[in-house]
Design a protein around this ligand. Structure first.
Ligand SMILES: Cc1ncc(COP(=O)(O)O)c(C=O)c1O
Length: 407
């Protein structure tokens, strides 16, 4: 049985939510950038460090064995969270950015000049720049897929962009700006038909919907701990056995080798082949606890709650003159991005902060998307499990006041 969605009880587990900002109760709507951490995560990290900390996979002493057990238990939790077939399919990185760099770098050796990599224009820079490296260094050609009017991925454009030269399709599973959820299974179907691999950037999606990497059929799936109510400095890459086998190691160092001699090196098997050096041990353990924490709740109930907050906020913005909401694709997630004519998003965010409301303003690491929208920056409110209707109302009220001051 899932734990009931009792918001008062949930909020009590996030000490930071009881803070006041500028004399107002904190309203934290910057969850797409990074989510707050429950006591369970904060305490688990401290407890591990206090009682059972040592380096992993190296020692034969008790503490090292206990730390290794906890670290590998976190890998098992991540495996189950993504429904990966085996723990070998799960690599720990320091976040999505490192995860995507790992995949792009692992593939670099296979890229010939003229090989094509297909991206959408709503990608985060983390899922753009590593592919630019392959363009700059290996002559890859980047092909860009556009959006429909409401911000959905243009599937006809995608079908046209994938062809015999496509080696790789790298696409978001949920946009951090528009909230658009992509049809990853269909993306995979089109890419695989052309013999191309697919990487799904699940940095946002993994927080808001159950992910089954086997059902999606992706070759690679990437997520990041700090958006999943876990610590910073930890992320997960899922790779199929075949993709991992083909991939070159990303970094060299301890633990990723089998034999090192003066003139030769052979590599360990996955996942260790991709985890050079001392890994983020405490962070991985914290992430495991965060994923367990999330999974106490019914995912459909959490989704309905977050979308309820989105709908309330969307409704609140409806009456405001000169306000544009970016991204209204059917099935989108709880991310509300908007522009207000005549007001810079930074000024809006700064004024909202005066009322204790934390939102994001800027290009959201998505400059090609900003170009497409014809703006340089937007404001973004993004919702999480612990947010409430009262907070949405405080946000709308603060926005009305900010608007009066700015226009
Ligand atoms: C869609 C998307 N991809 C990638 C990233 C990068 O994640 P990280 O900064 O944790 O590496 C983010 C973070 O904002 C994101 O929203």
């Amino acid at each position: 049985m899932s734990r009931p969605l009792d918001l008062a009880a949930i909020r009590a587990e996030f000490p930071i939510l009881s803070r006041e900002i500028n004399g107002h109760p904190l309203v934290y709507f910057d969850n797409a950038a990074s989510a707050q951490k429950p006591d369970a995560v904060i305490d688990a990290i401290a407890h591990q460090a206090r009682t059972a900390y040592a380096n992993v996979h190296r020692g034969i002493h008790t503490l090292s064995n206990e730390a290794t057990e906890a670290y590998e238990a976190a890998r098992e939790t991540a495996r189950a969270f993504l429904n990966a077939p085996a723990h070998e399919n799960i690599l720990f990185t320091k976040g999505s950015t490192e995860g995507i760099n790992l995949v792009a770098s692992a593939l670099a050796g296979e890229i010939q000049p003229g090989d094509e990599i297909v991206l959408s224009i709503m990608e985060h820079h983390s899922n753009i720049v590593p592919w630019h490296f392959l363009r700059e260094r290996h002559g890859a050609v980047l092909r860009w897929v556009g959006l429909t009017e409401d911000g959905a991925l243009d599937m006809a454009d995608l079908a046209g962009a994938i062809g015999p030269k496509t080696r790789f399709v790298a696409m978001t599973h949920m946009s951090n700006v528009l909230g658009t959820v992509t049809d990853m299974a269909e993306i995979v179907r089109l890419a695989h038909a052309a013999g191309a691999q697919v990487l799904a950037d699940g940095s946002q999606a993994a927080v808001h919907m159950p992910v089954d990497v086997q059902a999606l059929g992706v070759d690679w799936y990437v997520m990041t701990g700090h958006k999943l109510y876990g610590p910073t400095g930890i992320g997960v890459v899922y790779g199929t056995a075949e993709a991992l086998d083909r991939a070159r190691p990303y970094q060299g160092g301890g633990e990723m080798i089998e034999i090192v001699t003066r003139d030769r090196v052979t590599y360990n098997t996955a996942p260790h082949k991709f985890e050079a050096g001392t890994p983020p041990i405490l962070e991985a353990i914290g992430l495991g606890v965060a994923l367990d924490w999330m999974q106490q709740f019914d995912a459909a109930e959490v989704h309905a709650h977050e979308m309820g907050l989105y709908a309330r906020a969307r409704e609140g913005l409806r009456g405001i003159n000169g306000l544009t909401v970016h991204g209204e694709a059917p099935g989108k997630g709880a991310v509300l991005t908007f522009s207000l004519e005549g007001a810079h998003p930074h000024d809006i965010a700064q004024l909202l902060d005066r009322y204790g409301v934390a939102i994001r303003a800027g290009h959201h690491c998505a400059q090609p998307l900003m170009d497409h929208l014809g703006v340089t920056a937007t404001a973004r409110a993004s919702f999480a499990i612990y947010n409430t209707d009262t907070e949405v109302d405080a946000f709308i009220e603060a926005l009305a006041k900010a608007r009066k001051m700015l226009l």
